[in-house]
Design a protein around this ligand. Structure first.
Ligand SMILES: Cc1ncc(COP(=O)(O)O)c(C=O)c1O
Length: 378
C-alpha cells in the first residue's frame, strides 16, 4: 500500500503534480468484488479511469469490460489483439459490453463485425442498430430510481419499465436479438434501496417479457457500487449481502448476472500529490494555490460532484483555508474550507481516493497539462 512517505519520495523523483496509481489496490478491489458477489461477472467501466495500464492490470486479473465509446473499445482491444481470431472473438462476446444506449452510426458500423452486446432504450436506436449493426446482441436499459446517488443518471437514459416489454418485442420484430436487461442506480449509490427496487422492477419486466414469448438470459445491474471515500460510507460488503439475497429470491439460477463497476475498482487506487505554488491572506482567510486544480485531477469536484480531502505533509496547528488550482479562472477553486497547517511555498499536499473520474476528465486548460502519472506495484 502506498503511504505518505512513498508519495513524498515519488514526488521528489518525478515532480508534481503527480497522479500515483497503485496496482495492488486495483487487484485487491477487483478480487473483493468477485469474492463478495460470486454470481456476478464484473465488467470494469473503462470511463472511470481509462489509463491503458489500469485496463491492462484488470485484464490480467480476469476482468470483463464496459466500454461506452469506440475509443474505449479500441483501448480494451489492444489487450486482445495478439489472441488467435477465434479466442479474440470469444473475448468480445463474453467479456465486452458496449454500454452506451445512444451510439452514432459510424460506431455501430465499426462494431458490427465483432457482433458485440450493446445497450438501447428507444425505438429510434432499434432502427439504427438494425441498419448499421444487425449482428449486435441487445440489452434494454430500463430507468430505475437513482435517489440519493452522488451522480444521477436516470434523467438521461432508460425506458420506463412499463414500456420495456414493448421495446423488447419491437427489437425482436426488427430481426434483432435481445439478450437481456440493464439498469444503473446512479454512481456512488449509498441508498441500497435503489438496487433493491431496480432488481424487483427487472424481475417484473423479465416475467412480462417471458409471458410474451421472449425469455431473456442476462441481467446487467450496472455500476454505482460505493467507494469508501471516508469512514461514514456504507460498506460494499453490506450491499453485496443484500444483492446476493435478492438474486436468490428473484431470479432463476440460470440467469446470467453481470455488473459494470467503475468507481469501486479505481477510486481508492490513486493519490494526487501537488505542491503549494502561492499563498495569500484574503479577507482574513488563508488561501493556498497549488499546481493541480478543477481543470485537472480535481475535475471530479465539478463533473463527479465529489469533494476530496486535501492533506498536508507538514504537521502543525490547523486553520480553515481556501485551496485554489493554478489557472486564472476563479472557478478553479478546489475547497473553500480545508483544515490545513501553516504551509510554505514548495510544501507538498496530497489527496487520497482520487482514482475515479478525475484524471480521466483532466484538461489542458490555460496551458497546464494533466498531472504526470506514475504506477506502483505494476
Ligand atoms: C452505463 C454505465 N455503466 C457503468 C458506469 C460506472 O458506474 P460507477 O462508476 O458508479 O460504478 C457508468 C457511469 O457513469 C455508466 O454510465
Amino acid at each position: 500500500m502506498t503511504g505518505v512517505a512513498d508519495l513524498r519520495s515519488l514526488a521528489r523523483r518525478h515532480g508534481t503534480p503527480l497522479f500515483v496509481v497503485d496496482h495492488d489496490v486495483l487487484r485487491r478491489n477487483f478480487a473483493e468484488f468477485r469474492r463478495r458477489l460470486p454470481r456476478v461477472q464484473a465488467y470494469y467501466a473503462v470511463k472511470a479511469n481509462p489509463l491503458p495500464e489500469v485496463v491492462r492490470t484488470l485484464y490480467e486479473a480476469g476482468a470483463s469490460f464496459d466500454v461506452a465509446s469506440i475509443g474505449e473499445f479500441r483501448l480494451v482491444y489492444e489487450n486482445i489483439r495478439h489472441l488467435p481470431p477465434r479466442r479474440r472473438q470469444d473475448f468480445i462476446w463474453d467479456k465486452i459490453i458496449y454500454a452506451n444506449p445512444i451510439k452514432d452510426r459510424s460506431t455501430l458500423e465499426e462494431l458490427d463485425r465483432y457482433r458485440p452486446l450493446v445497450t438501447y432504450d428507444n425505438l429510434e436506436e432499434i432502427r439504427k442498430i438494425r441498419c448499421h449493426a444487425p449482428h449486435a446482441g441487445l440489452a434494454l436499459r430500463i430507468r430505475v430510481p437513482n435517489t440519493g446517488s452522488m451522480v444521477e443518471l436516470s434523467s438521461k437514459f432508460g425506458c420506463a419499465p412499463g414500456e420495456a416489454a414493448d421495446l423488447i418485442a419491437a427489437a425482436f420484430d426488427a430481426g434483432l436479438t435481445v439478450e437481456g436487461l440493464c439498469f444503473h442506480v446512479g454512481s456512488q449509490c449509498t441508498n441500497f434501496d435503489n438496487f433493491v427496487q431496480a432488481l424487483n422492477m427487472s424481475a417484473r419486466v423479465l416475467e412480462e417479457s417471458e409471458g410474451r414469448g421472449h425469455r431473456l438470459r442476462l441481467l446487467d445491474i450496472g455500476g454505482g457500487f460505493p467507494a469508501p471515500y471516508d469512514g461514514s460510507t456504507k460498506r460494499f460488503r453490506e450491499l453485496a449481502r443484500i444483492l446476493n439475497a435478492e438474486f436468490r429470491r428473484l431470479f432463476p439460477a440460470d440467469l446470467e448476472i453481470i455488473a459494470e463497476p467503475g468507481r469501486f475498482m479505481v477510486a481508492t487506487a490513486a493519490w494526487l500529490v501537488a505542491e503549494v505554488i502561492g499563498k495569500a491572506d484574503r479577507d482574513g482567510k488563508r488561501c493556498y494555490y497549488i499546481n493541480d486544480g478543477i481543470y485537472h485531477t480535481y475535475s471530479g469536484v465539478l463533473f463527479d460532484h465529489c469533494q476530496y480531502r486535501i492533506r498536508a505533509m507538514r504537521k502543525g496547528p490547523e486553520q480553515l483555508s481556501a485551496v485554489f488550482g493554478p489557472t486564472c479562472d476563479a472557478l478553479d477553486t478546489i475547497s473553500q474550507a480545508e483544515p490545513l497547517p501553516d504551509l510554505r511555498l514548495g510544501d507538498l499536499v496530497y489527496s487520497a481516493n482520487i482514482g475515479a473520474y478525475t484524471h480521466a476528465s483532466a484538461t489542458w486548460f490555460n496551458g497546464f497539462p494533466p498531472a504526470k502519472v506514475v504506477h506502483v506495484n505494476l
